[in-house]
Design a protein around this ligand. Structure first.
Ligand SMILES: Nc1ncnc2c1ncn2[C@@H]1O[C@H](COP(=O)(O)OP(=O)(O)O)[C@@H](O)[C@H]1O
Ligand SMILES: [Mg+2]
Length: 356
């Protein structure tokens, strides 16, 4: 449905915001564009919507380039972080508005029927006669999404639509958005910097950094099979433990422990490892207290988080975390021996490339 090919954007001031971005989105998919602030997410949406012109590459809908098509002719619904509703109009009037202007305008009666159909879908029928100023943030966001949907666009673009809402409401509305776009069957790109939000609602995630796609994959693959150090470090909460190691003559040596390369699962090596410096990545749940483990640590603090405990200890400036079931009673200042799950660990080159 949407093909983005070698897309580039250099702004007038010379800043290269996108460096050859390419991806395909299937019809009806809900795809998240995820990444830290400034990585180029909004730039991509604005290019797809036609609000910005690319400096290179192409954007195609159903195999046809839309780069020269006017924004209004691209058949796109766009919801921004700051959903600008018309303050003097009621909710119903706001939602009807796009249907009653422009070349494709329809009668007020028809517009009202369509608006009401979608308001039912988004559960805002009760708000029909209210003015935006009297609505909560969550309600305003629902109105903005409904207004985008009434035009029955082929593509829905949502740019951090939930970031002005409080945590509980975000949780609720993101579930609603998923249900809604699946029900309508609309191809949707959802921008967020929140990994949890992305993991919970997407069919696919496109994770970006500094104008480059780092991984475009099923949500769970970003966690289980990160393609590089950036992905491993970005996805996961608490974050992955990154341990600098030196590998030589089959020995893997960290300042505080040593192990052997033979203990790692041979099928997981992406290439033969040359001697040198690497970064060993171990997720907190894969670092496990065990008798006669390969490393010993003095527990600095223990956080109880419901079903689990997070054990914190330090290797100099590196803060290390291990997650254990709540039944594992370990306390501050205990000295604990740990092992890690070799078949779930990662090894990265210092450049970030994953080799295991
Ligand atoms: N009009 C512009 N001129 C110059 N730089 C811009 C312009 N718009 C955005 N940028 C820069 O491009 C980068 C990507 O911006 P943006 O796509 O808004 O990031 P995101 O949405 O991922 O936070 C940022 O570093 C931003 O400062
Ligand atoms: Mg943005």
């Amino acid at each position: 449905m949407i093909d983005v090919i070698d897309l580039q954007k250099v702004f007038d001031n010379g800043f290269e915001a996108l460096k050859s971005v390419g991806f395909t989105i299937e019809k009806g998919d809900l795809v998240c564009l995820l990444g830290p602030s400034g990585c180029g997410k909004s730039t991509i949406l604005n290019l797809i919507a036609g609000l910005l012109k690319p400096t290179g590459g192409d954007i195609q809908f159903k195999g046809e380039s839309v780069v020269k098509t006017e924004p209004k002719d691209r058949n796109i619904g766009f919801v921004f972080q700051n959903y600008a509703l018309y303050p003097h109009m009621t909710v119903l009037e706001n939602i009807m508005f796009p249907l009653t202007v422009g070349s494709k305008k329809i009668s007020k009666k028809e517009a009202k029927e369509i608006a009401q159909k979608y308001m039912k879908l988004t559960n805002i029928e009760d708000l029909s006669n209210k003015k935006p100023g009297t609505l909560s943030g969550g309600q305003q966001q629902r109105v903005a999404i409904t207004r985008a949907l009434v035009q029955e666009p082929e593509v829905l673009l949502l740019d951090e639509p939930l970031s002005n809402l409080d945590a509980r409401l975000r949780l609720k509305i993101r579930e609603e958005i998923r249900r809604l776009v699946k029900e309508v069957g609309i191809t949707t790109i959802f921008v967020t910097h929140d990994q949890e939000e992305a993991l919970s609602i997407s069919d696919k995630i496109i994770l970006m950094n500094e104008g480059i796609i780092q991984q475009h994959d099923d949500p769970q693959n970003l966690y289980l099979e990160p393609e590089n150090l950036f992905v491993a470090n970005f996805i996961g909460n608490p974050v992955i433990n990154l341990l600098p190691v030196h590998i030589e003559n089959n020995k893997v040596t960290h300042e505080h422990f040593q192990t052997e390369i033979d203990k790692f699962t041979s099928a997981r090596f992406k290439e033969t490892i040359e001697d040198g410096d690497y970064i060993l990545g171990v997720r907190p749940e894969d670092l496990i207290p065990s008798e006669n483990g390969i490393l010993e640590a003095n527990i600095r603090s223990v956080e109880l988080i419901g079903r689990e405990r997070i054990l914190n200890f330090d290797f100099e400036e590196h803060h290390i975390k291990s997650i254990v079931p709540v039944e594992t009673v370990i306390e501050e200042n205990d000295t604990i021996s740990f092992d890690f799950l070799y078949h779930k660990a990662f090894i990265f080159k210092e450049s970030g490339e994953r080799v295991y």
